[in-house]
Structures are given as structure tokens and as C-alpha cells.
Design a protein around this ligand. Structure first.
Ligand code: CO
Length: 166
């Protein structure tokens, strides 16, 4: 398993709902995704970033990595926003400011298939929103309002992507 970098086309794909959570191949996939995220020192990783179109993300939480299967944001704060200098393992060397709702409620299935609902705030909320965007083919470069690092490289990559060669 490897992390794919932009402008690989999988990063723009919408993902498919996972229906067979208990399957041993899928459980192995979750284990590998978690390992690669921790190894690469990420705080979140979406399945599209490892070349899969399954609706799955792994999020680093205080007490370890949490797998979110078929996640959905069911509420977001309209009042307070959070601005974070975001990066992405699929965009090495590129960072920029993104504004997102400060609080969200997300529901998902954990790796045992159990339905969970959590409220997240601040950085965790941003990470979850960044990863859930990935699962819809939306990337943080679509939302950066000010680059803090790698603006030139980002614009070159966007130019290559617009040619549709990959
Ligand atoms: Co990302």
C-alpha cells in the first residue's frame, strides 16, 4: 500500500459505501491504512489516498487511530469558524489556510460495524472535514484562501491536472 499524490485521478473520485465490514480482506485493508497513516506521521488519511474508492477514513485521535466507515456529517456549526494551516499527505510541501465550521457532529460505523456519533471541535473537526471531503473527491486546494507554503508547486500541479493527462 502506497500513498498516491495529486494529480492522480483517484483523488477526484467519489467513494462507494462499504457494505461488508466484517470481511477479512476489508479488515486487513483497515489495518494497513492505519499503519501507513501512523508511519507517515499523518493525522488523517482517506481511502482514495491509498488508491481505493471505498468510503473509509482513518483519523488520529487522542487515544489512538479511529477508523470511520461510511461517515457523514449530520450537523455543522453555522456561527463559529476555525482557520487552520492545512497540509495533506497527497500534496507534500503544500500548505495553506482553510476556513471550516468549528463544531461538527459526525456519524459513522467503526471497524466492528457499530454505529457511532461524535461531536468534534477545533483541529479534530477540521481533520474530519478534510478527510470527508476526500471521500467526495474534494481536495483542500479547492478551499485554500491563502497559501503558506508551496503555492507555485500547487499551481503547477493544478495546471497539469487540468490537462487531464493522468
Ligand atoms: Co488530505
Amino acid at each position: 500500500m502506497n500513498i498516491v499524490e495529486y494529480p492522480r485521478k483517484i483523488l477526484r473520485q467519489k467513494t462507494k459505501k462499504v457494505t461488508n465490514i466484517a470481511h477479512s480482506d476489508f479488515q486487513l485493508f483497515l489495518k494497513e491504512m492505519t499503519e501507513i497513516m501512523l508511519k507517515e506521521d499523518g493525522i488523517g488519511l482517506a481511502a482514495t489516498q491509498v488508491n481505493s474508492n471505498l468510503r473509509v477514513t482513518v483519523i488520529k485521535m487522542k487515544d489512538g487511530a479511529e477508523v470511520m466507515i461510511n461517515p457523514k456529517i449530520c450537523w455543522k456549526a453555522l456561527i463559529k469558524k476555525n482557520i487552520v494551516d492545512e497540509g495533506c499527505l497527497s500534496f507534500p510541501g503544500i500548505f495553506g489556510l482553510v476556513k471550516r465550521p468549528f463544531w461538527i457532529i459526525v456519524k459513522y460505523q467503526d471497524k466492528t460495524g457499530q454505529l457511532k456519533k461524535i461531536k468534534a471541535e477545533g483541529l479534530l473537526s477540521t481533520v474530519i472535514q478534510h478527510e470527508l471531503d476526500h471521500l467526495k473527491g474534494v481536495l483542500f486546494i479547492d478551499k485554500i484562501f491563502k497559501y503558506t507554503k508551496g503555492e507555485k508547486k500547487a499551481k503547477e500541479l493544478m495546471g497539469i491536472a487540468s490537462l487531464g493527462e493522468r
